[in-house]
Design a protein around this ligand. Sequence first.
Ligand SMILES: [Zn+2]
Length: 447
Amino acid sequence: PVERASLDLEPLQRFHKLENTEYYDQTIFGPESGRLEFEATVSTSVDQIAIAPGYLQKEWTENDRRYFHYRMDAPIENYFSFMSGRYEALKTMHRGVSIEIYYHKTHGMNVPRMQQAVADSIDYFSENFGPYQHKQARIIEFPGYRDFAQSFPNTIAFSERIGFITDLSDESAIDQVYYVTAHEMAHQWWGGQVDGANVQGSTVITETLAQYSALMLTCKKYGDKKLRSILRFELDRYLRGRTQELVEELPLMRVENQPYIHYRKGSIAVMSLIDLLGEEKMNRALADFLAEFRFSDNPYPTTIDLLAYINREADEKEQEFIASIFSEISLYDLKAKELTVAALDNDEYEVTFTVDARRFEANGSGMETEAGLSEMIDIGLFLDNPDELSGGEEASAESRLVYLQKHEITGGENVIKVIVPEKPLYAGIDPFIKLIDRDSADNIIKL
Ligand SMILES: [Zn+2]
């Protein structure tokens, strides 16, 4: 983009406009996308197992080669993988689904954890979004030349580097194996059952919703206090990503396959929706959206459709907030300024917490203008530094929390007074990172 500009050339159009209905009959894979019947016969060395999407129909050896014949029982997106290796396999049944993890003999340590994440995904996503469409869920290891995982129909290709040989001995760290497995399993729904039309916003339907699903599952397993370190990481990556944008930052709704937006900002955005609407309404919106577009390849849905389902669960004031996170580039600057605590006669404490709060709207090149602010924002009081809460067990994290409530916060200085039974040592505004804050490091103050 920079070079084109230096040569006085028009910028290339990265994506089709959201409103361009001409591209609603294809995904980002272009005119070749669409649902098709899938059948494949793959041959490999005699000591290896070859895997393609679909179900194994037949296996045989011929001329010193081993053959595998796979067929899928229903149309799939034009999107599949072929893998072959000398694999060990862990196979378990869960709710009528065969969970199968294929791994290199010496890489078995995290396999039970992945198996658990697949089972938990099948449970939570089926109950909340809609049924899993396959009778089998397979994860297949590949060597660490690349470090990604990718979800194909009933088949997930998974690098050894981000799962199989990940060191999980530090229990305070994020369980990346569980998180990545949940994200990839979520793509069996978001991507596998419903994909986005080939216009701006498409990757919200695949990547942002997969992030949402993985965050919810991780939250269920490890408690939402642990989310703070994930969300802080995502927020920092988003803020850094914005500074490296070469073309134009776009609102979430119009993201043009920009990972810092659909993964990083998207994670904060969907968790702020959970905070606003609650799990039940958010999941109902997603389930209804999925039900309308399940397996549809003409049209594929857009973020306009998704947003309509989310807005259906929201009142007018909530819809304003939803618009600000989907349709605008909205940034907060929340700052903890002063904390005083006075002991009262009845063994209680009066806390005075002063914060500074602002909200900005940015344009595509990062120019910010101050915008109005009048929102309910979390105020938390703690016995310990919330930055370290994520390190502890859920029970102790909860017990370190003295107070957590939403307060009406307006632009400028706000003074919050509350009476609490224990003497807090830390106070924070939006301490669990539910908003896009330009600097989340100054949200917490020590007494
Ligand atoms: Zn993904």
